[in-house]
Each structure stands twice: as C-alpha cells, then as structure tokens.
Design a protein around this ligand. Structure first.
Ligand code: KG4
Ligand code: ZN
Length: 331
C-alpha cells in the first residue's frame, strides 16, 4: 500500500511516498528559509503563496523519484494542523483534490503525531511503549505513547516552546533567522557557567516546562551596562545548557513516573547536539536508550506525514466520506 504525504503547516513544503511493504520510496522538501530570512521570521501570506508555487512541482518530482504514476497511490495523508491557516489550506486542498480525483481516501494528520512517530522510520526503530519528548518551534511536550493513536500528555510548556525560546534568544543576540540552529552553533564556541541563568520549573514537581522567563533573563543580561557583544558565545552556551538541563531532567522524571526506559525525541530542537549528548549519556547510565529520527527527518517533512497516514490507514482509518477541505490551525 502506498501513501502520499503532504506537509505545508509552516515554512517547508514536504512531499513523500511511503510504502507499507518497501518503506519510504521518495521524499522531497522545499525550504522557504531564504524567502523569510529578510523579515526575521515566517510571513504567513508569503508562506502560503510559496506552498502554492512549489507543491505541484514537488508532487510531480516525488512521483517520478518513486518511479510510479499517480494511479498507484492508495491514500493521501496531509497535515491538517496545527499550523498557519493559509499554509495548511494549500496542502489540504491539494491532498483532498488529489484523493477526490482518484477516488482514494484522504487522511488529515496531526503535525505533532507526524513528528512523534518519525523515529519509527529509522533503521532500528523503538518498540512501543515509550516516552516521547516533542521539542519543536511551537510545542514542548512529554507524552506516554502506547501505540499509534494511544497518546497521553504527561506535561508541556506553560508558555514558550523550547524552539521558540531558542529563536527569540537568537534574535536578542543579533543572530539571523532561523535562530535556533545559529544559537546552537554559537553555543559550541562558548563556555556554560560564565553567566548564571535560571533553570525554570526544574523543581516544580510536575512534568511541565516554562521557557519565557529564560528569554527575559537573557534580555536582562544583554541590556546591562557592562554587557559586551564578545560575551555572546558564553551567554549562548549558558542558555543552551539551561534548556538542556530542564529538558533532560523532566524527560528522566517522565520515564521514571511511567516506568519506562525508552525515550523518543522528535521535533526541530531534537537536532541539538548538546541535548542529544546529554540525553544519550543519561539514558545509557540508566540502561535505557534514546531514539531520534534521522537528521533529515528532525524538522518538518512530508515523510513523517506519509508514515503517520500509512499507520492510520493500516489501522482502518478512511477519512471523511465526502471530500472536505477542513484544517485545524490550533488543533
Ligand atoms: O519541528 P520544527 O522543524 O518545526 C515546528 O514544528 O516548529 O522545529 C523548528 C524549531 C525552531 O524553533 C528551530 O529554531 C529549532 O527547531 N531548532 C533548533 C535546532 N535546529 C532547529 N533548536 C536548537 N538547536 C538546533 N540545532
Ligand atoms: Zn514541526
């Protein structure tokens, strides 16, 4: 069975074809980073228009890469939310139209479910159950995952997401867009501990997070009269360490709470090297293991949506009987 996956929730156009027997047949991504960089953030209207421009081309190329024609697709999965309304509508319209034209099901997929299941696409996938740490630009969540569709929220950020904190702090330090990876790169040159930033909610006794105060603490440092731009790498390193300390402590607490030793990390911040090294070492000491998506599938992509759709299709889901383009930006 072959499932076409379409992702257009934010600033990446992603298309992929997943075959339940042969695995991922093809996946293509078009990033809009250059388009939004001059504005220092994603401009929703420009994002929608760029998805319109690239999605049909990517669709054609992905079918060609997979070596099949459109008639061989059995179902279409698309990101229905959460995300930017206009951007989501582009993917939903194309997916529903494609499915209607071919008389096949269209399955709306939750963007975070795509991220959450993406480590299962790896060569050595984790077995259920596991704890998932979802760390993206819009969400920071800990979930207990017993199987496809069986998710229990254990804790989440009460304000900014970890990726959002990285991006906003990068802006405070005058770094370009997208900020997260640039801040992480600068942090590699710095020394944590030269500044002392808080570890928000580290001892809150629950599995929730808070990152907006950390960003404010950075603002206070860079606004002080004795701040020198030459200290940016040290401040970046301390900021990164603070985020990693909290993410790691809460992930371990979540594993302890539900009695598991397998952690899955997904979402853009999961690409962070310091986070990976810290979690790997902590889990190794406890006889556990951390699973990540392959690096190319850490950030938004069509493969995770095709895969999540394929699992749902295999579980008997068939989508709406009458084609409807319905999106859920705040799902
Ligand atoms: O999952 P994703 O691609 O999109 C969302 O669904 O949000 O995550 C993007 C987020 C951004 O905030 C970006 O700054 C952050 O992931 N990010 C990183 C790194 N790479 C991406 N944050 C820290 N370190 C990185 N290496
Ligand atoms: Zn995402």
């Amino acid at each position: 069975m072959k499932v076409l996956g379409i992702e257009t929730s934010c600033d990446e156009t992603g298309v992929a074809i997943y075959d339940t027997g042969a695995g991922l047949l093809a996946h293509n991504l078009h990033s809009q980073i250059d388009l939004h960089a001059v504005y220092g953030g994603v401009v929703p209207e420009l994002a929608s228009r760029d998805h319109i421009r690239h999605l049909p081309l990517l669709l054609k190329r992905t079918l060609a890469d997979a070596g099949i024609d459109a008639g061989r697709i059995d179902a279409v999965a698309y990101t229905a939310g959460p995300g930017l309304a206009g951007a989501l509508l582009v993917g939903a319209s194309v997916a529903e139209s494609f499915a209607l034209a071919r008389g096949i099901p269209a399955l709306p997929v939750h963007h975070l479910e795509g991220h959450l299941l993406s480590p299962l696409l790896a060569a050595d996938p984790p077995a259920f159950p596991f704890v998932a740490l979802l760390v993206s630009g819009g969400h920071t969540q800990l979930m207990r995952v017993r199987g496809v569709g069986d998710y229990a929220l254990l804790g989440e950020s009460v304000d900014d997401a970890a990726g959002e904190a990285f991006d906003k702090t990068a802006k405070l330090l005058g770094l370009g867009y997208p900020g997260g990876p640039q801040l992480a790169k600068l942090a590699e040159e710095g020394r944590p501990g030269q500044f002392r930033l808080p570890r928000p909610m580290l001892h809150s006794g629950d599995l929730d997070f808070s990152f907006s105060g950390l960003k404010t603490a950075v603002l206070n440092v860079v606004s002080a009269p004795d701040w020198r731009p030459g200290q940016a790498a040290d401040l970046a390193a301390e900021f990164q360490q603070a985020v990693v300390d909290v993410l790691c402590a809460k992930a371990l607490a979540a594993l302890k709470k539900v009695g598991l030793k397998t952690l899955v990390v997904a979402g853009g911040v999961g690409a962070n090297r310091c986070l990976r090294e810290t979690l790997d070492a902590a889990l190794a000491r406890r006889g556990g293991r951390v699973h990540y998506p392959e690096p190319a599938l850490c950030t938004d992509n069509g493969a995770m949506i095709a895969f999540a759709g394929a699992l749902r299709f295999a579980a008997g889901e068939r989508g709406a009987k009458i084609a409807t383009v319905s999106i859920r930006p705040r799902w």
